[in-house]
Design a protein around this ligand. Sequence first.
Ligand code: HEM
Length: 423
Amino acid sequence: MSTAELRSWLRSPDVKRFPYGAVVREYHSAGKHFVAPELLELLATVRELLPGLRGPWPHVQALAAFLTTALDKPDKRYDYPTYLALPLLQLPAPDDPVEQAPFARTRCDRLTAQLVSDALAFELAALDGRTTLLPQARPDAVVVRKRFRHGLRVLLPALARMSLDAGLTATEPVDLARQACAAVRGDMSYAERRAVGLSILPVYTMHDEYLFLRVLQGFETTFALIATHLRGAIAALGEGEVERAVHFMGSSETALRESSPLFSMLATMQVESFRTFRDFTEGASAIQSRNYKLLESLCRRPDPDRVESAAYRSVPDVRERVLGDQPTLDEAYRAMCESDVVAEDARKPLADAMDSFARTLLRWRRTHYRLAVRMLGEVPGTGYTEGTPYLRAVRDIPVFHSVRVEDGADHETADDHETTGAP
Ligand code: HEM
């Protein structure tokens, strides 16, 4: 029983020996929404001790980040970032030095591979009967096979860049997933294993919430990478380095495109499961995604009515940046065109890269909208319809003003079909 282990730890607190395993087991057995008050009180006591705890800084930091997400519900500050345990994942942040932008790709590849392979590892464990974690509504083998197929589409490009693809010889998705999971697991540091292991605190005990959390975390990783690359592109243009800006935009488009099978993977979520655990996620909405709004507002300044709406009111610190004249790629590109320093044919590759990125983002929004309609339904009065009219209204907002997408976001992709079809 975790409270016994925790009480014993409290008698002689040592950050390196915090009983994460026992605490996480308790969270998993009931779901974060139903954790016993006794355990919550003990964890609050641990938090009070934090400022005085000695030990290596990464251990203290990990414990603080864990408590931020573990205590969000009793603190009444439960929201999207704490639901996703984002402080534990240490994504690239908007105040990181822009010179670090080229390294963000490596960090995000690792994290994407770890999050997606962990989602697949959970499916494998359930398939093999090796886990009792989140036992409600296990999906059938056909659905799970689809999860492997789509998950591998996201994993394999990252594994190739990480040079972890040499031993991936299987042809069957289930076997290939086993190989991929083993390759990623073997490559992880202790700190990475701890962060991935602690960053999954579902609110309830439905099997599919595991997938839901990992998919959201995977997309957050992609958004954070793109926001970092957009800052890199803006800085590059400021120094007249058009080729570097093209590189960052190309890399952003690739990252977003490669992440899109996550939607197909999530489309295999069982609607009833989603509607069941969603009762306990009240207060956490991706409208609070800072990384998505950073991405959007670094492309171009959002229109004033959007800045004043829930879209930006839900991410106050990003709104502050927007109101505080955060530079945008749109303005940087326009300034370059007006200055005439760069010849038109030298500007063309950047316009093309921005156009290509904008198309992929518009497609992302459309696929997201379709998936939301599929999961929530559109019938008035179900209680789930409020959000989809919002998504329909915002899905065509122009990504840039200086570079206009004429029509290209309209053609359908395989992932569009997967998100609307049956799982
Ligand atoms: C079951 C699948 C999903 C459903 C039903 C869904 C539903 C919604 C709804 C209704 C909104 C509008 C805001 C609100 O009322 O909460 C929204 C916003 C949003 N969702 Fe999703 N979503 C799903 C999956 C995802 C995924 C996987 C991501 C990736 C991170 C995501 C990212 C976003 C973002 C960034 C917004 C804010 C858009 C904006 O403000 O322009 N959603 N979603």
